[in-house]
Design a protein around this ligand. Structure first.
Ligand code: ADP
Ligand code: ZN
Length: 518
């Protein structure tokens, strides 16, 4: 059990060095485990207060805490922040001269430091001080980077398994803001801490309103959205560098000060965009996912996804940059199958292609959900929400279902007549009786299903198709030129009179009204 002396010092230490009177949810419990020399895995959302979980024990224990962190760019800030609070801290990484590095090693030997931040790739340069036991605890920040199951795999993290083998007596505290169950298991396995107690904090960020819209006229929709929020800070995530620039330019042309940010900019340019954003000089940043890691800005009011992220971990992390101050904020995601197809193309041939595609499927299901989106999102992270959230578009505007069996039959039999070899666009063209080159060349006017769906607009067909895919009645064969294919369930609809329920598409008018309100 934790020594009584420690227990009595917990709160005074929290007050003295960090200025807080109380711990947040699980902090005290986690700290107690570390003080008991037990390994722990902490899953806590960004801004949840992970740092104190290893910083505070170090102040109570003798010796130094080794902090492994991949964010070299942030180490200096972190260390400066600690020093400002009167905590002896230093960092060690490849950006330093060898004199600076020697000085830090000396400080560790002389036991002057409470915390030493090191990038994983710099660990080997520290092998001398790693042998004798100087460390009271080893903290591994952004621990999901060790797992190729996670979304931000870093090879340099894979060597970290040696730490537990070398320092078997030293507790390891692994921390991350994003890890689904498979990733968590992989983390404890690779770090050799199979018995680590796992602390999983609530991921629910109630103040963030979640909304998904079809990606029609994205730019116009974004303009309207941003204009309604004049003077407020927001991030718009795009898939490509080019995309960020094009969008920023379009917004600028409409009088909105927007800046592009991506990894293709040089260091100064990137720093400038970040600083202007943090100090409210730039309100809107159109960025790739390179933007945001480590940006501590509490009043980001909205995050828009111009393109769909490749998985829910990424999505959750990105929308989590909104509303850190707890005030109402908005996450808006645009959804289109074009993005799904594009993202599939990226995973083609990757070693973990299957896994990435499974994650993309979950992302797609979330985008097309007809149930509370927050429930689905939190469920993905293993958290069950007892009730619908009331703060997502589905909760606010529950879809109405109708008997769409005939619509489904028309669509599925069209797929069958096209021998499951045509992509969505052609299937819809056939249904609508279009007369374009493909149709004429391939003689599709002869098909029995040609023109049987001309009473339904192209857009509405897309809406129905999305739902049929979602409900498993047909699927896109990404490896066969994105052709639409039937599934085992299709038969039930085509031959066994199974009823299909679909939601009504919103009319353009309704959509506009809704957007006006939002
Ligand atoms: P994370 O690493 O989980 O993203 P941080 O450790 O940077 O989060 O903490 C986020 C913010 O919350 C910081 O400003 C920190 O000072 C604050 N914080 C942490 N613990 C507490 C607490 N017990 N009471 C109040 N504020 C806290
Ligand atoms: Zn909801």
């Amino acid at each position: 059990m934790i020594a009584q002396t420690y227990k009595e010092q917990l709160y005074p230490t929290l007050k003295k060095y960090f200025g807080y009177d109380t711990f947040r949810s699980q902090q005290e419990d986690i700290i107690t485990h570390v003080l008991n020399k037990e390994d722990v895995l902490v899953i806590m959302p960004t801004g949840g207060g992970k740092s104190i979980c290893y910083q505070l024990p170090s102040l109570l224990l003798e010796g130094t805490t080794l902090v492994i962190s991949p964010l070299i760019a942030l180490m200096k800030d972190q260390v400066d922040g600690l020093k400002a609070n009167g905590i002896a801290a230093a960092y060690f990484n490849s950006s330093q001269s060898s004199e600076e590095q020697q000085e830090i090693i000396k400080q560790v030997y002389e036991r002057q430091l409470k915390l030493l931040y090191v990038a994983p790739e710099s660990l080997s340069a520290l092998s001398d001080i790693l042998k004798p036991i100087y460390f009271n605890c080893i903290a591994i920040d952004e621990a999901h980077c060790i797992s190729s199951w996670g979304h931000d795999f870093r090879p340099s993290y894979q060597q970290l398994g040696f730490l537990k083998k070398t320092f078997s007596e030293t507790p390891i505290i692994a921390l991350t803001a994003t890890a689904d169950k498979a990733t968590r298991q992989d983390i404890v396995k690779q770090l050799n801490i199979p018995h680590a107690q796992q602390f999983i904090s609530s991921f629910d960020r109630k103040n963030i309103e979640i909304e998904v819209r079809p990606a029609t006229n994205r730019v116009a929709q974004i303009l309207q959205f941003v204009e309604k929020r004049e003077g407020e800070s927001g991030i718009i995530y795009c898939l490509s560098r080019k995309g960020t620039e094009t969008l920023a330019e379009k917004l600028q042309n409409k009088g909105i000060e927007a800046t592009a940010y991506h990894a293709g900019l040089n260091f100064e340019q990137r720093s400038k965009v970040q600083e202007d954003f943090i100090f409210d000089k730039t309100k809107v940043v159109c960025a790739t996912v390179a933007f945001g890691m480590g940006i501590d800005k509490s009043n980001v009011r909205y995050v828009i996804h111009y393109n769909m992220p490749k998985n829910l971990e990424g999505y959750y992390q990105e929308i989590g940059r909104a509303g850190r101050d707890g005030l109402p904020s908005h996450a808006l995601l645009f959804h289109t199958y074009a993005d799904v197809i594009q993202l599939r193309r990226f995973t083609e041939g990757a070693s973990n292609e299957e896994l990435q595609n499974a994650k993309l499927d979950r992302m797609t299901q979330f985008s097309e959900a007809t149930d509370c989106r927050r429930k689905i999102l939190l469920g993905y992270f293993g958290e069950l929400l007892a009730e619908n959230c009331g703060n997502c578009d589905v909760c606010k505007n529950p879809p109405e279902f109708f008997n769409g069996t005939v619509i489904a039959q028309k669509l599925l039999s069209s797929i069958a007549r096209l021998k499951e070899a045509a992509p969505a666009g052609v299937v819809i063209d056939v249904l609508r009786g279009a007369q374009n080159q493909v149709i004429l060349e391939k003689n599709y006017q002869q098909l029995k299903t040609y023109g049987i769906g001309s009473d339904i607009s192209w857009r509405d067909w897309q809406h129905y198709l999305t739902q049929l895919i979602n409900q498993g009645y047909c699927e896109i064969a990404f490896h066969l030129h994105n052709s639409l294919q039937l599934t085992a369930f299709s038969k039930k609809v085509l031959f066994e009179k199974e009823k299909v329920f679909l939601t009504k598409p919103q009319s353009l008018k309704e959509q506009k009204e809704k957007q006006q309100k939002a």
